[in-house]
Design a protein around this ligand. Structure first.
Ligand code: NAD
Length: 277
């Protein structure tokens, strides 16, 4: 499948649909990542805290795919926001991945109460300068903290990875991203199996109209909004199915119908404003 590549403000680009490996056990990480690469994914999203960077790295090495054709993201965990710790954490992630650079390094959570997100962001700026990561961004930063890191450094994150799905559409942050030229990346794009999203009548009727699956409809909705997304599955058929969502085009009426599903209580994961280390 042809996955669109979209530009960051820093001149680099990102494949709009990738493969996420949250909760993928270390012993199967290499196998499922290899399946994703064989299916055609060229963008992999891992994190230090997922404990599976080594397996991801092994699959990349064994794939024989040229490094420049791959887009690899990993993330700085909350216990390493201090400047020197963050530099060391990125180096350790690269070691586990078996790579000399990642394409994107993210501060995983702002953890406002810890008060070190600006320092962590300064470390990411340094990591980009040193070439350990091509691009830098953040994840799970409430708007005040997102604004603060930009004002403190004059460096705008390339992308912000946040919980986002039809039941939790993050309109306020998406609007702020648009103003700053930050791309929006959705985690939990399918709702993480925590709600009835994939059985929702609006979604299933659109799926039937396209002879597509509900998951494909939801992913096509993310793509239609210009959101970068990284669905996870360890089931071979679903790994393939999710990537094929790149070929599904929804009508503007269908997109509008899914836009209607936003809920004030739609958040499924932790609230970044209240997250503690
Ligand atoms: P997701 O919304 O991608 O849901 C994954 C689950 O949906 C699977 O475990 C499976 O149960 C189901 N599923 C997958 N494909 C399906 C299909 N085709 N049909 C039916 N059900 C299907 O949730 P996620 O894994 O939490 O999020 C995706 C990725 O985002 C993660 O793997 C990770 O890389 C990233 N993530 C980041 C953060 C963060 O804090 N930055 C948090 C969570 C996830």
């Amino acid at each position: 499948p042809d996955v669109p590549t979209i530009p960051f403000h820093d001149g680099h680009t990102i494949p709009q649909l990738g493969y996420g490996v949250f909760k993928v056990e270390p012993d199967i990480a290499a196998d499922v990542t290899a399946q994703a690469l064989a299916a055609g994914y060229r963008h992999i999203d891992t994190a230090k805290i997922y404990g599976n960077e080594e397996g991801v790295g092994r699959a990349i090495a064994d794939s024989g795919i040229p490094r420049e054709e791959l887009f690899v993201t990993t993330k700085l965990w909350n216990d390493a926001h201090a400047f020197d710790d963050a530099i060391a954490a990125c180096e350790a992630s690269l070691e586990r991945l078996g790579l000399d650079h990642v394409d994107l390094y993210l501060t995983h959570w702002a953890v406002p109460s810890q008060g070190q997100y600006v320092e962590a962001w300064k470390a990411l700026i340094e990591l980009q300068k040193r070439g350990l990561t091509r691009s830098i961004g953040v994840s799970n930063h409430p708007l005040p903290q997102l604004t603060e890191i930009i004002e403190a450094t004059s460096v705008v994150p390339a992308i912000h990875q946040i919980e986002l799905h039809p039941y939790f559409q993050q309109r306020e942050l998406r609007e702020a991203h648009g103003e700053h030229g930050i791309l929006t990346q959705s985690w939990g794009p399918l709702g993480q199996g925590k709600s009835d999203l994939l059985e929702n009548d609006a979604i299933t009727s659109i799926a039937a109209a396209h002879d597509a699956s509900p998951a494909q409809v939801v992913l096509a909705w993310h793509l239609a909004h210009g959101i970068v997304t990284i669905p996870k599955s360890v089931t071979p058929a679903r790994i393939v199915e999710n990537l094929a969502a790149a070929e599904l085009t929804l009508t503007s009426e269908e997109i509008a119908a899914i836009d209607e599903l936003d809920r004030p209580d739609g958040r499924g994961g932790a609230d970044p404003a209240a997250k503690t280390a």
